[in-house]
Ligand binder design. Structure first.
Ligand code: SF4
Ligand code: SF4
Length: 355
């Protein structure tokens, strides 16, 4: 059986206000948030972007979705998780301040921001799955306590995953720091000696006592290290580095298994929205580049996280007249979709319903 994917077609550079009005009309006409029950706590997961120049989902979409959740009697909030790498979003304080500066403040969206993985990204909940790599995955703790989930993703190219949209936002974006570490790298951290002040904070927090101070510099015992990333999160001096070089295939498969874990918490209680405009070669985490690689496509919505990504990818390639590897990075990018099918997660067969 095919999964419905609703499509709001955009002309190139169509204004977000117009697309957002159409999205509201679609959600009401098809009752796409009908699964939200009275008093449901609803997490609205998105990505606040790295700078105002990039194509992250604009706040007005979240505001509208929050209003529609409230109309159903639900209590919505915006949520995100901390990044592994240092920057504007590596802990809750910085991340929320950054989100406010991007326009996601309460006055603009009508919702608070509550980080799903706590102050430092380490509040997690282990979800049992029937994966091929994992029997359980580390998901940001807050998701386990919510009743409904709406994921708003921006479709982009991606250096390692080929493309990022709903599956990546679920798998990587909803994982705790440990879950992200699992996906990104099997490598162990290294200390950049010239940055290390010898403050010892990393050693204090290392769960394996794998860090000692030698000559006032941190030294990691690789045999004891479990790659949890605690030292990376706690070091304020950019002295801990990881090699993120997991293989493309490995990364995509791990993303899918984590996405499967998140979705298992919200059976029949989730909605996935892909904003397929301002499509860039790199994901919205990359603050330094913005290269539009394809004409705007529009907005796709589904109750199925795999169907919405397959349909989005198909439409991007159709509209651009090229396959994604010609538009962005020349790597196998359908691994995530094929692997979802192999795990019987989601449905890659879709019925496109133009609204
Ligand atoms: S927290 Fe950072 S600066 Fe402090 S000892 Fe550890 S690596 Fe060095
Ligand atoms: S990654 Fe975790 S286990 Fe390894 S040194 Fe850092 S804090 Fe310790």
């Amino acid at each position: 059986m095919r999964e419905n994917v609703y499509f709001i077609e955009a002309s190139d550079n169509e204004r977000d206000e117009i697309l957002c009005d159409k999205l509201r009309d679609l959600i009401q006409a098809e009752d796409l948030l009908g699964f939200v029950a009275d008093k449901d706590i609803a997490a609205l997961k998105t990505h606040f972007g790295e700078s105002l120049k990039l194509g992250y989902p604009r706040p007005l979409y979240l505001k509208m979705l929050g209003e529609e959740v409230k109309n159903k009697g639900g209590a919505p909030f915006l949520t995100e998780t901390s990044t592994l790498y240092k920057g504007k979003r590596d802990n809750a304080i910085k991340h929320i301040a950054h989100a406010h500066s991007q326009g996601f403040d309460f006055a603009s969206t009508g919702m608070p921001i509550i980080m799903a993985d706590g102050l430092f990204g380490d509040e997690e909940y282990d979800v049992s799955i029937k994966g091929k790599r994992y029997q359980s995955v580390h998901i940001a703790a807050l998701f386990a306590k919510c009743n409904a989930l709406v994921v708003v993703s921006h479709f982009t190219g991606h250096l390692a995953a080929g493309f990022g949209a709903t599956l990546k936002n679920l798998g990587m974006g909803c994982a705790s720091r440990k879950g992200k570490m699992e996906q990104h790298s099997t490598a162990k951290p290294k200390i950049v000696k010239k940055n290390c002040t010898g403050c010892g904070i990393c050693a204090k927090w290392c769960p394996r006592d794998a860090i000692t101070l030698v000559d006032e510099r941190a030294v990691i015992n690789a045999k004891e290290c479990i790659g949890c990333g605690e030292c990376l999160a706690m070091c304020r001096f950019d002295a801990v580095k990881f090699n993120w070089g997991a293989t493309y295939e490995d990364l995509q498969k791990k993303v899918v298994e984590h996405a499967m874990g998140v979705c298992s918490l919200f059976q029949g209680k989730s909605l996935f929205v892909n904003i397929v405009t301002r499509i860039s070669k790199d994901c919205d985490c990359m603050g330094h580049t913005y290269e539009k690689i394809a004409p705007d496509v529009g907005i796709l919505v589904s109750r199925d996280p795999v169907a919405v990504d397959v349909a989005s990818l198909d439409l991007v390639e159709k509209r651009a007249g090229k396959v994604l590897s010609q538009l962005a990075y020349d790597i196998p990018y359908r691994v995530q979709l094929d692997y979802s099918k192999e795990l019987h997660f989601g449905n890659p067969d879709y019925e496109l319903i133009t609204f």
